[in-house]
Every structure is written in C-alpha cells, then in structure tokens.
Design a protein around this ligand. Structure first.
Ligand SMILES: [Zn+2]
Length: 143
C-alpha cells in the first residue's frame, strides 16, 4: 500500500507557478527529496524544459534531466516523483503516461490538471508490468 507524498506549501506553489506559466504548453519536472518509511518528502522542484513543445505532450530535456539526477545524488536526495501538466486533459494518468512510464517503479508521478480551469494536483503510483498497466492514487499532504 502506498504512503503519502509530503510537499511543502512553497514547493507546491512553485510547481503551480511553473506549469501555469507554461500554458498552453504541457510542462513538468521532477521532485527531489527523501523517502521516509512509506512516505516521500519532496524538498525541491526542478523544472525541466520540454523538448516536445506541445499542448498535449511533455518530454523532459535529457541534459537537464541528467543534471537534476546528479544534483539529487550530490545532495543525498532521491527522485521522489516526476511532475507534468495536463493543460486541458483529465487529472488521471493517460494511456501514454502509463505506456511511457514502463519501468519507472521507483518514483511516483504528480499530474497537474487544468481540466477544471485551476491547477488540481494528483499523485499516482504506476503498477506496470509486461502485459498490464494500471495505477493507484497516492495521498498528497501539503506541509
Ligand atoms: Zn500525462
């Protein structure tokens, strides 16, 4: 069973500002932090530019992504979650999200949906194997 993603209010606001500022393009980044038992505590948001430049597609630039992974290692943090927006889509993971996240078992996934007009945050854990793809919702706690 999943734990909880703990996100400081300031970090959540930073994510909101970033993905809102990129509208109507889809955007995202990663959350660095620590694993605490079953919970994960986000400490830092690294916005990563998208090479897709699309309203319905986000693909983090490889160079910036690698830099963020090194930064996590240097600062003894984990990549606790990926982040991406759904500028006009629903808040749930899309079929593409599940397909492309194959193998990403170690981190959770934050989706910021604007389907209701304002940013709505959802956190998901993907359960993918070779034949099935599914997800479950993870609690988000603002700290
Ligand atoms: Zn998506």
């Amino acid at each position: 069973m999943s734990g909880c993603l703990l996100v400081p209010r300031g970090v959540l606001a930073e994510i909101g500002r970033h993905v809102t500022g990129q509208l109507p393009m889809e955007s995202g980044g990663i959350l660095l932090g620590r694993t605490v038992g079953r919970d994960r505590a986000a400490l830092e948001f690294a916005a990563l530019p998208s090479v897709a430049h699309a309203c319905d597609r986000y693909q983090a630039a490889a160079g910036e992504c690698v830099a963020a992974v090194y930064r996590a290692a240097r600062t003894a943090q984990d990549i606790v979650a990926t982040v991406h927006s759904h500028p006009s889509g629903e808040g749930a993971p899309s079929a593409t999200d599940l397909l492309e996240a194959f193998g990403y078992r170690s981190c959770w996934h934050v989706i910021v949906s604007f389907a209701q007009g304002e940013a709505v945050f959802g956190v998901f854990e993907y359960h993918n194997d070779r034949t099935t793809r599914s997800y479950s919702r993870v609690s988000l706690e603002v700290v």
